[in-house]
Design a protein around this ligand. Structure first.
Ligand code: ZN
Length: 432
């Protein structure tokens, strides 16, 4: 991080701590794809950004899906044959399979085992399991604890409700100079898991907050939604708005200590894909560019063929490539403020490219204009090359990003050159 960034809102290491602090506040809440935990999460985000809370009733048809019943949980535990609570929802909300139906019964160990989930290869960690669309119930626990269970009768209590209600999500449209939109989407449906995806929720919130205080060319639509069903619901109910989406990012898993991995949109070569490749390519750190594949997070819905939106995914280590994924080890220690700050800065740089990318036309198409008499060269001549590239390529058919790719120069240097050429009345904007 540059020292010049200190004091600029939303920049530098400080933003990593801001995101980490917000994640820590959200961490204990038991969230699911519906229910009060999701609402409580949005209430906390609302202290930072004036997002609107939307409620979509259970039973609403959304393309091939139906908004499910609303699930809420108050308590859950297992008592061993001696009457001791050995698994307690209040100690970790991962202990209960999300969407478990209510139950209060006594079972033999053998019967109980059919409802227990563990990770034999990672015996100290509690897995995260869900059963959204198959009615059932279950508990998750460490394999070490599972192996210690003795024969006898176990009392099982899940004090939950599964009833008609609604699916809740948060949305904030931050208007810019134009109504073309950048979509920022993040899933907020997981319980106490830090990287997946409180990191994405925290980063998107602070991004929204700081973008709100800056001049903007584009409008920014921030969505805090339950994974899969939330994206499908939003797309089904807002299909008429999708034509305005010029670029978008799904933000998830941005706090672990691994390298950044950007997943391209289905179209593969959209402005956001190219902006991300440009920024990461000049970041000086290892990174990966992944081609689109139809598995992953909500990019699956935004990039379904009927929408095929220019939406990529920004993550660090992709899910499934780290053992902590979907386990109790994805905790607040697994994420770092440095990684969060780095992810934030990289996303901000990608947005800077999108904001600054324009097509210009040079007013001197026949031979170069005489720059010396306009004092456009620095004394050291260091700025000459970006000026010459912008002048030469600005025939109305190349954007600044095209010029950056072709010249190998940094976008920000070309943007600066274009700004000074425009100021000297040597360039005019041709749109884009
Ligand atoms: Zn997940």
């Amino acid at each position: 991080m540059d020292t010049k960034d200190i004091g600029k809102p939303g920049s530098g290491k400080g933003v990593g701590f801001e995101i980490h602090r917000l994640m820590g506040e959200l961490f204990p809440i038991c969230r699911s794809i519906t229910g009060d935990g999701f609402r409580r999460t949005l209430e906390i985000l609302h202290r930072h950004i004036p997002l609107e809370v939307r409620e979509v009733p259970s039973g609403t048809r959304v393309f091939d899906w139906t908004v499910p019943k609303e699930w809420n949980i108050h308590d859950a535990y297992i008592k061993d044959p001696k009457g001791e609570k050995i698994v307690d929802f209040r100690k970790s909300n991962l202990h209960v399979v999300s969407y478990s139906v209510p139950i209060h019964t006594t079972l033999s160990l053998e019967e109980l085992k059919r409802h227990l989930y563990t990770l034999p290869d990672l015996p100290n960690w509690i897995p995260y399991r869900t059963s959204y669309y198959n009615q059932g119930w279950g508990f998750c626990l460490s394999h070490r604890q599972f192996l210690a269970l003795e024969e006898g009768d176990y009392e099982v209590v899940i004090d939950s409700t599964l009833a008609d209600g609604s699916l809740t999500y948060g949305e904030w449209l931050l208007r810019g100079e134009t109504d073309e939109e950048i979509l920022i989407s993040t899933h907020a449906c997981h319980p106490s898991l830090a990287n997946d995806n409180l990191s994405g929720v925290g980063l998107a919130t602070l991004l929204a907050k700081h973008m709100g205080a800056m001049p903007r060319r584009f409008s920014y639509r921030f969505l805090f939604i339950p994974g899969t069903i939330g994206a499908i619901t939003w797309l089904a109910q807002n299909e008429h708005k999708t034509g305005k989406i010029r670029n978008g990012l799904v933000i998830t898993g941005v706090g672990d200590r691994g390298d950044i991995a950007y997943k391209r949109s289905r179209r593969g070569n959209t402005e956001i894909d190219r902006a991300a490749a440009h920024v990461l390519g000049r970041s000086g750190q290892p990174y990966r560019l992944l081609d689109f594949h139809p598995y992953g997070y909500d990019e699956r819905q935004y990039c379904s063929p009927g929408f095929n939106l220019p939406v990529g995914r920004f993550s660090r280590t992709p899910f499934g490539e780290y053992p902590e994924y979907h386990t109790s080890a994805d905790n607040m220690e697994f994420v770092s403020a440095d990684s969060l700050a780095d992810s934030y800065e990289m996303i901000r740089s990608i947005i800077d490219v999108l904001e600054g990318n324009r097509v210009y036309v040079s007013r001197n198409q026949k031979c170069e204009p005489q720059l010396g008499k306009r004092e456009l060269y620095s004394s050291a001549g260091a700025n000459e090359l970006p000026l010459l590239w912008v002048l030469n390529m600005s025939d109305g058919g190349n954007s600044l990003l095209d010029i950056a790719e072709r010249s190998g120069l940094e976008f920000s240097a070309l943007k600066k050159a274009a700004d000074s050429l425009a100021k000297a009345n040597l360039l005019e904007e041709s749109g884009l």
